[in-house]
Design a protein around this ligand. Structure first.
Ligand code: URA
Length: 487
């Protein structure tokens, strides 16, 4: 039996797994345990005797140094699907120590004839990993939602923002880059019972955990509770969902929870008030600057995290074209190629749009092309990223960017490509099948027209309907060209 004392983190597990695989040690011959816990409860000299077998310790630097001397044996080329590595990096954040043997069991099978193990969703090991992965992802999401910074002023007058949070899993290192991206310009620290992380003067540092919230009851809470009271939407109260989304264990660090009973009482009156006021633009954090520069707008959008899509995409894909453009085209959201290029409509849909614009004599460089949603939403499938439709909340979160673009460009003619664009700007009742190709007046242009989205044409069920849809699309855009020439 091999006894593996292992540190937390993907690298430690990967090194240990590589070594075990290179020696052909089957999963049922390995006993995994936490090096940190072991160090707490026993002295290192006692370890070999207590373990009753070979002590095989993978504990950071010293082990790596040993590994380097026999690298041919210790670093065999183990080929596993990329999806396995992604999965392992997530699962390794799970608190349950069963993650180590379960991952090793999986990699053993993947490298011993079951290359597609992860595709078998009903396999016991695959299912166990999927459950752990889901729990970690959910915990990461909760951390993005429930970390509340309190402002402290240091002796030399500098401002620091500190939060205490209690995640279920070991996700602090994984999540650090999210907070760096979001709060790059301030000094902050997030303390958790396991680990702490601080961002100071542009440097990230990790330190020991802090078991309880040292700052309970700071003044900044007042600001937060006021903010929460203002955004709390009484028309959408779902108590069960609220408790599920905001588990009680997070309540002590969420100052706003103290407001909930009173707000629930006030809810009916507030619903009526909200209906009366009926704001046109959904409440969102103040990401959109007041500017008449498309460049400034674009730069600000790079930092937008009003919804989660931006956390997974490569970059924002903002609108493109001259500020003086007379025609604006609005699509749905960037696709895979747009996400990589950072430009709208450069993939297959863009090729079709370009072809038709050429045919009807509209110069693409003279029009403004943008999307209702500015980040690529996708679902990973192995190495591929499959387009996923943005939901109503994501469309609403991104809408202020589109409105700001419309406000700057003020197009004479507005062309809505597909239902997402049309529903974002005209209303959820809009149907392309009913209103395609008809001019109407919208809030943004006297001359607004909706037509097919090029990707819908490319997805037509057969060649014949593709030809037909393409010809209707061309007819619609020809109307645009005529209108442009006439005005
Ligand atoms: N589909 C869109 O809606 N927009 C793009 O930029 C590309 C594909």
């Amino acid at each position: 039996m091999r006894h593996v004392a292992i540190e937390e983190g993907f690298d430690a597990w990967r090194d240990a797994a590589r070594q075990l695989l290179s020696e052909g040690v089957p999963p049922d011959q390995v006993f995994w345990y936490s090096a940190t816990e072991h160090a707490l409860f026993s002295s290192s000299e006692a370890t070999p005797a207590m373990s009753g077998g070979t002590l095989f310790s993978i504990t950071g630097e010293p082990a790596i140094a040993t590994a380097a001397s026999t690298s041919a044996v210790l670093h065999p080329r183990v080929r596993v699907p990329a999806a396995f590595v992604d999965l392992a990096k997530t699962v390794i954040c799970h608190r349950d120590q069963l993650k180590w043997p379960t991952l090793y069991r999986a990699i053993w099978r993947v490298t011993h004839g079951e290359h597609d193990l992860l595709k078998n969703a009903v396999d016991e090991v695959t299912r166990a990993l999927a459950i752990m992965e889901k729990a970690v992802r959910r915990d990461c999401h909760k951390m993005t939602a429930f970390v509340r910074f309190k402002k402290l002023v240091t002796g030399d007058g500098r401002e620091q923002f500190v939060a205490w949070h209690r995640p279920d899993h070991l996700i602090v290192r994984r999540m650090a880059s999210f907070f760096v991206d979001r709060f790059r310009s301030m000094d902050w620290a997030i303390l958790t019972p396991d680990t702490s992380v601080a961002w100071e003067n542009g440097e990230l540092q990790f330190g020991p955990g802090v078991p309880t919230d040292p700052l309970l009851g700071d003044v900044v809470e007042d600001l937060w509770t006021t903010y929460y009271a203002n955004i709390f939407n009484p028309a959408r109260i779902k108590l069960k969902a609220m408790q599920a989304e905001m588990p009680r264990k997070h309540w002590p660090t969420l100052p706003e929870t103290r407001l909930i009973p009173q707000m629930l009482k006030d809810a009916p009156a507030r619903v009526q008030k909200m209906l009366d006021a009926a704001p046109k633009v959904p409440v969102m954090l103040d990401y959109v600057p007041k500017t008449s520069s498309l460049r400034v707008l674009h730069e600000a959008a790079e930092k937008c995290r009003a919804c989660d899509i931006g956390c997974h995409a490569t970059q924002v894909v903002f609108g493109e074209g001259p500020k003086t453009a007379r025609v604006m085209f609005v699509g749905e959201q960037p696709g895979d190629q747009e996400d990589l290029a950072g430009k709208p409509f450069v993939g297959p849909s863009g090729a079709l749009l370009n072809e038709v614009l050429d045919q009807i004599g509209i110069d693409r460089s003279q029009v403004y092309v943008t999307n209702a949603v500015k980040h690529f939403k996708f679902e990973p499938r192995g190495k591929r990223r499959i387009h996923a439709k943005p939901n109503a909340r994501e469309m609403a979160a991104c809408k202020p960017w589109l409105l700001a673009e419309l406000d700057i460009v003020k197009p004479d003619i507005l062309v809505l490509l597909g239902a997402t664009a049309a529903q974002t700007l005209v209303g959820r009742q809009f149907r392309i099948t009913q209103s395609r190709g008809q001019w109407f007046k919208s809030d943004w242009s006297e001359k607004t027209i909706a037509t097919f989205h090029p990707s819908a044409i490319l997805r037509s069920i057969d060649a014949e309907s593709m030809e037909k849809n393409k010809s209707l699309f061309t007819d619609d855009l020809r109307k645009v060209a005529r209108q442009l020439a006439a005005a």
